[in-house]
Design a protein around this ligand. Structure first.
Ligand code: PLP
Length: 482
């Protein structure tokens, strides 16, 4: 189908969908129309967001949503799962082929779910299976209450070492308020205070001292690549299981930008990801594993999951099929090239970046030199139609709520077609907004970390500059709602 007739068919489909929704609750149909308009007219720089294709989006709106399918392909606890089996097997097959993984599990509903499956699979592998052998039973249900009590104690005494949140790690990597920080004894590794870069010798020293069962690598806000061969070496030295959370950069792995030691899949025992960030699929999670962990991950349901979202697994199959096309490799390379251009655009205009640049899809702007908190910068940028999110910088003096950083990512605007010229302009516009924003005061006249004053005319100037670029690279070109 040509791009033009595909856009026409998509327009007809969405018109029909919105009409059907409006016949029940018109306010939902209106909000849905408005969301498209808002996404079309703003500069989306949120590093964890993207624009999935109409094929992916439409796949989610089907009757697969109505189906229960607890279990695994061909081994369900519900009847009539023959079609769910097809889409789940396809999603897993595409994932295995795309990432070169021996095993893939497509059921997790989200990145957090994928990590929970991974943690409990690792515990099952390291703690439960040997214990069952020791007690001479096949299943935890067969354990006596005394033996179960002992096993529970062993589960609860495992250690996890992950990247600190303010160094760019994710809250599921051992952050105390998250379940990962409660179910494990946790310690965190940070980044070098001078360079902002990961120091493998420090990670190794911490690992040797702490002796974690699980070493977690991966990040949400670290603007650099990681050497996963080194992380595996460290894990092996201390007898840990290496789990890599590639939620953010899975698209760069899929698109063969991260290869060799920068590709986690061959090095990690278990790799988890979301499917909706740089991978550009539906909202969801995925677990990849080496063969020795396959049987443990396969027990994601009933371990921590219930019925899978069959409609989303179908959409994962479509998105992963898209990511196997050669054009996805061009897209992934463009994501990384555009991030470099964006970073250089900031540096040449005197702005500060955590680690001094980027070599992935993330640019972490330190806004202290503008006299602002991340919260003030994020709000001022939003007034000018630039959608970003505030983010901690290492050892952030403003804490996790106000922060001192703004995280920017290139996957979404790269999908629209933005290239070097546009990303350099984006840097110019962001510096324009921040240089013309001043920190405000609270009601008592004291300095505030939240209020701000944006110079007159700046928002309009930046909005009209971005409108020009957004018009040139429309979101879902040819999609017109009546
Ligand atoms: N892991 C990482 C590294 C992430 O950045 C995120 C989300 O931001 C997640 C996991 C959680 O994904 P989800 O929001 O789908 O649960």
């Amino acid at each position: 189908m040509s791009a033009e007739s595909l856009a026409k068919t998509t327009s007809t489909a969405y018109d029909a969908i919105l009409e059907v929704i409006a016949s029940v609750e018109p306010r939902v149909a209106d909000a849905t129309r408005k969301e498209l308009a808002d996404q079309r007219s703003s500069l989306k720089l949120i590093a964890s967001e993207n624009y999935a294709s109409p094929a992916v989006l439409l796949t989610m709106g089907t009757w697969f949503s109505d189906k229960y399918a607890e279990g695994t392909v061909g081994h369900r606890f519900y009847a009539a799962c023959q079609n769910v089996d097809i889409v789940e097997a396809l999603a897993a097959e595409h994932a295995r082929e795309l990432f070169g993984a021996p095993y893939a599990y497509a059921q997790p509903h989200s990145g957090i779910d994928a990590n929970l499956v991974a943690f409990w699979s690792i515990l099952a592998h390291r703690v439960e299976t040997p214990a069952l052998a020791k007690y001479g039973v096949k299943n935890v249900n067969e354990l006596s209450e005394t033996d179960w009590e002992q096993l529970r104690h062993e589960f609860g005494n495992q250690r996890l070492l992950g990247m600190a949140l303010d160094a760019g790690g994710h809250l599921t990597h051992g952050f105390r308020p998250n379940i990962s920080g409660k179910m494990f004894h946790q310690q965190q590794y940070g980044t070098d205070p001078e360079t902002g870069l990961l120091d493998y010798d420090v990670v190794r020293a911490k690992a040797k001292e702490f002796k974690p069962a699980v070493l977690v690598a991966g990040y949400s806000a670290y603007p650099r690549r990681v050497n996963f061969a080194k992380m595996r070496e460290i894990a092996d030295e201390v007898g840990a299981t290496l789990m890599v959370d590639m939620a953010h950069f899975a698209g760069l792995v899929a698109g063969k930008v991260f290869v060799g030691e920068e590709n986690p899949v061959p090095f990690a025992h278990i790799t988890t990801t979301t499917t909706h960030k740089s991978l550009r699929g539906p909202r969801g999670g995925l677990v990849l594993a080496q063969e020795e962990f396959a049987a443990d991950v396969d027990r994601g349901c009933p371990m921590v999951l219930g019925g899978p979202l069959s409609h989303v697994m179908a959409a994962k199959a479509v998105a992963l099929a898209e990511a196997r096309q050669p054009s996805f490799q061009t897209y992934a390379q463009n994501i990384a090239d555009n991030a470099k251009t964006l970073a250089e655009g900031f540096l040449t205009r005197g702005a500060n970046l955590v680690t001094g640049g980027t070599d992935n899809h993330i640019v972490l702007l330190d806004v202290a030199s503008f006299g602002l908190t991340g919260r003030q910068a994020e709000s001022a940028l939003l007034d000018a139609g630039v959608v970003t999110n505030r983010n901690s910088v290492p050892n952030d003096p403003n804490g996790a709520w106000y922060t001192t950083g703004v995280r920017l990512g290139t996957p979404a605007l790269t999908t629209r077609g933005f290239g070097a010229t546009e990303f350099d302009k984006v840097a110019e516009m962001i510096v324009d907004v921040l240089a013309n924003t001043s920190a405000g005061t609270n009601k008592a006249g004291a300095p505030s970390k939240a209020t701000y004053k944006l110079g007159e005319g700046v928002a309009d100037r930046v909005k009209s500059q971005s409108a020009e670029m957004l018009d040139k690279y429309p979101l879902y070109p040819g999609l017109e709602l009546s």
